[in-house]
Design a protein around this ligand. Sequence first.
Ligand SMILES: Cc1cc2nc3c(=O)[nH]c(=O)nc-3n(C[C@H](O)[C@H](O)[C@H](O)COP(=O)(O)OP(=O)(O)OC[C@H]3O[C@@H](n4cnc5c(N)ncnc54)[C@H](O)[C@@H]3O)c2cc1C
Length: 389
Amino acid sequence: MGKTILILGGGIGGTAAANVLSKLLKNHQIILVDREEYHLFRPSLPLLLVNLRHPHQIVRRLTDLEKKGVKFIQAEVNKVMPQRQQVETTQGLLNYDYLIVALGADQHPETVPGQIEAAFNPYNLQDACRLQQELQFFKSGRIIVFIAALPYTGPYGPYEFICLLDTYFRKRGVRNQIQLTLITPEPALFPLASRKINYKLAKLMTKKQIQVYTNAQVLALDHLKNELVLTDGRIFPGDLFIGIPTHRGSKALQHTSLALEQSWCLVDPHTLAAELISTEAADNIYCIGDAAGLKVADGSRWAPKIGIFAHYQAEVVARNIALKLSGKTPQFRYQGKGAGVAMITDYNHASLLSINYYASQPRTFLLPPMSIGWLVKTAFEKYWLNCWF
Ligand SMILES: Cc1cc2nc3c(=O)[nH]c(=O)nc-3n(C[C@H](O)[C@H](O)[C@H](O)COP(=O)(O)OP(=O)(O)OC[C@H]3O[C@@H](n4cnc5c(N)ncnc54)[C@H](O)[C@@H]3O)c2cc1C
């Protein structure tokens, strides 16, 4: 009898896993569960903000996966229960033989007092659409983009937002009336990159007249005074606040034997097999993408949460499950590195990046902004939305 492979989450990791499994497996059941009806391609959110994309252009129906033999269930995942090989959802209990957790990260704007009331959340589609409208009427004043806590998904997203805002306002001829400020708790813009690369990035921001504050931990957003308050007492008055919320692992993993600190899932760094805390390893549960609690080689910080890595991890896990199902030894291993990520710097340019965070000295390389970078970014968006659905 066929086995059931249950995939939780239809984002980048879950969709990639479902596609690869559907190609490799015959006579087994693949089920994908997501609370949303649509897959959202999050890397396109910065483009949506400045009107270069509309919502319908960056989402795909998850039911489209059914033509590939993947059963889709729209439901909230409430709890993963490894000991019972079951998952509790709003559509009932689901059994599995193999489980792939790809639930991404939960967002917690409530951890910064005032953030829900006074800041837009560009990482949420509805809020990003509201912000897009608001920006159309913004002609002068101070815009503050802040990152509430580490780690967060799409580490280059906030830089893309602020660089695109610079171009957007220049095109509208109002840039000299607008102050753009970026506030991050990171010690440097690209903490895994060399000082030289960080110097170049800082220069790029200065050229765009974007003020950047690093090592800046947000305490609260005073929505009555319109001021962002940092833990060191500094105060930033603003007219429009854009806040990247605190991210945590999925609530469905909370209080389970899979959850590490902050509810990220403890996994083997190369196989992505979930490691049950204080009991035996779970050889039929994998966690990929933003939900995985991966760290850089020396354990000093969380690994960057980037879609391209969710994609690579999905390939490794799906191929290894297929090998196991055919009685073979799993042989694919995730290496924690990749190239081809692009960070948008204006309407026609992006910087290409390569990252290796399992190296003993984690490394990020960054090319200067080029039109080829923009082409890579937009071609990948097209490929993703057209080929995986
Ligand atoms: C603004 C921005 C820009 C980015 N830019 C890039 C980029 O240029 N390149 C890049 O590679 N990456 C980029 N990223 C990061 C990338 O989007 C994420 O790393 C990637 O989406 C993670 O994939 P995932 O499958 O782990 O999670 P997600 O894609 O977030 O998918 C998680 C899925 O699980 C569902 N879900 C969550 N909880 C539940 C629940 N309890 N019940 C049911 N369903 C649930 C969600 O609805 C979602 O569909 C960016 C991110 C952002 C926000």
